[in-house]
Design a protein around this ligand. Structure first.
Ligand SMILES: C[S@@+](CC[C@H](N)C(=O)[O-])C[C@H]1O[C@@H](n2cnc3c(N)ncnc32)[C@H](O)[C@@H]1O
Ligand code: SF4
Length: 453
């Protein structure tokens, strides 16, 4: 192992902390926010706002035992079609509450597996979005793709609808790992999808890989990474497997004793990161890597990188609208989340046209802390001076917390700057722990989180 971690550091990396794709994090959302507040927030969006849409498809053909997403397995297609009817209704209703001159700059279909959709439904869903929302001419359109079961007709349908980016799930090619996670996916079928997308002009590709999977050893995982690197994706997301069986029952199919211990988890993550960097990828935040020409790397360079529920992004729109079961929206006033259960979501949309059942109204302090945490997670820096310019005296609340951070954590992780501090390369693996120092809700949190690495 090139990077050595002490017993104390290993113990710190085993600490459960949030992933900070939002602040406050989703477990703090409550039922005090529902459709009436959502309608108010939609109406209050200023004229000319730039919007981002997240569309959730909560279905898969088979269930991967590791999966932490909001999805369910369906053997028949009928429930998917019924869901799409509700989704189209929600899309049309939500759009009527927005100012007419806003424009959509980003569309992201996630899941679950959006590629479970039949080709005609890909076209139909895209048409429902285009009919309801004014899309910017340069709108970025990304879809999460499960390469298993992808075919030319689906690829054609996606290309026809103007796909600009794709995120492809791989996880690991090792047969022992694949058996243990119930996901059988060959390199060949993955390669065909990559080539199929490129032939159709979709040239911005991301691949998801996981470390910390059952029976996964560093050597074999690096072999999978090498295979992925042959495909030269523009981005690689290297996620740590979050084992949360108390939230996701099917993860009980993964025996705890088959999971690598923390030292092997760390070794795997760090060795894979080293290999990606050696191969020309820029390390981004906690777990992403991008070629220097990719827009994510360019955003990092320009200080414009953002983090939202989909992870690291170039999306800097004024508001994120979540559509579909469990989807989360983000507004200047706070967060909204749709009903998570598919059937209850459909019932609510039938009755009310929309389905928000939870959310969080942020205070001025929440927004200041959210910005501070986001800039740590993205640019590995906290610029207290800039936070003061933007949020006034509220930012001074962070000053004693910065001192606590410096007194409690390893000095090698941190470097003071004129305007605040930065997290060093040695501190990067501990980013979630550093961010947690500025989370005012964590001490009273009831939620259980995955480990810091
Ligand atoms: C919605 S899936 C991607 C699209 C498609 N369903 C697939 O699996 O190919 C999103 C990604 O989340 C990641 N993911 C899912 N469950 C996870 C978990 N428990 N811990 C960490 N990452 C997870 C996987 O890398 C997966 O590719
Ligand atoms: S990882 Fe992807 S394909 Fe597997 S169950 Fe989760 S959403 Fe479905």
């Amino acid at each position: 192992m090139t990077v050595q971690f002490s017993q104390m550091e290993i113990a710190r990396l085993a600490t459960p902390v949030p992933r900070y794709t939002s602040y406050p994090t989703a477990p703090h959302f409550s039922a005090s926010i529902s459709n009436p507040t959502y309608r108010e927030w939609l109406h209050a969006m200023p004229a000319g706002s730039r919007l981002s849409l997240y569309v959730h498809i909560p279905f898969c053909d088979t269930m991967c035992w590791f999966c932490g997403c909001h999805t369910r397995m369906v053997r028949k297609y009928a429930p998917v079609r019924t869901y799409l009817d509700s989704l189209a209704r929600e899309i049309a209703t939500v759009a009527t509450h927005l100012p007419s001159d806003c424009s959509v700059t980003h569309v992201h279909w996630g899941g679950g597996s959006p590629t479970i959709l039949e080709p005609e439904d890909i076209v139909r869903l895209n048409a429902a979005i285009h009919d309801a929302f004014p899309l910017a001419r340069t709108c970025d359109f990304a879809v999460e793709i499960d390469p298993r079961g992808m075919d030319d007709a689906r690829l054609d349908a996606l290309a026809e609808t103007g796909l600009t980016r794709a995120s492809i799930g791989v996880q690991d090619f090792d047969p022992d790992v694949q058996r243990a996670i119930n996901r059988f996916q060959s390199f060949e079928e993955t390669k065909q999808v990559v080539e199929g997308l490129r032939q159709r002009g979709v040239n911005s590709l991301n691949v998801d890989l996981l470390y910390g999977l059952p029976h996964q050893h560093t050597h074999a995982m690096l072999k999978s990474l090498d295979a992925v690197l042959k495909l030269r994706p523009d981005r690689v997301a290297l996620f740590g497997y979050a084992h949360v069986p108390w939230m996701k029952k099917h993860q009980e199919m993964i025996p705890t004793e088959a999971l690598p211990g923390m030292p092997e988890r760390i070794e795997c993550a760090e060795r894979a990161a080293e290999r990606l960097v050696a191969d020309g990828y820029i390390r981004i935040g906690l777990d992403h890597f991008a070629l220097p020409t990719d827009s994510l790397a360019v955003s990092l360079e320009n200080g414009k990188l953002r983090r939202n529920f989909q992870g690291y992004t170039t999306d800097d729109s004024d508001c994120l609208i979540g559509l579909g079961a469990s989807a989360i929206g983000q507004f200047p006033q706070g967060f909204v989340q749709n009903e998570t259960s598919g059937q209850a979501y459909e019932r609510r949309v039938r009755e009310h046209g929309m389905a928000v059942t939870r959310g969080f109204e942020t205070s001025a302090e929440d927004r200041m802390r959210g910005e501070a945490i986001e800039s740590l997670m993205c640019g590995l820096e906290m610029d207290v001076a800039r936070l003061r310019e933007r949020h006034g005296k509220l930012a001074d609340k962070l000053l004693p917390e910065v001192e606590v951070l410096f007194s409690q954590e390893d000095p090698a992780w941190l470097r003071r700057t004129e305007r605040g501090f930065t997290v060093t390369e040695a501190g990067r693996p501990f980013l979630r722990l550093v961010a947690a120092h500025f989370d005012a809700y964590l001490p009273k949190g009831i939620a259980r989180h995955s480990t810091a690495m």
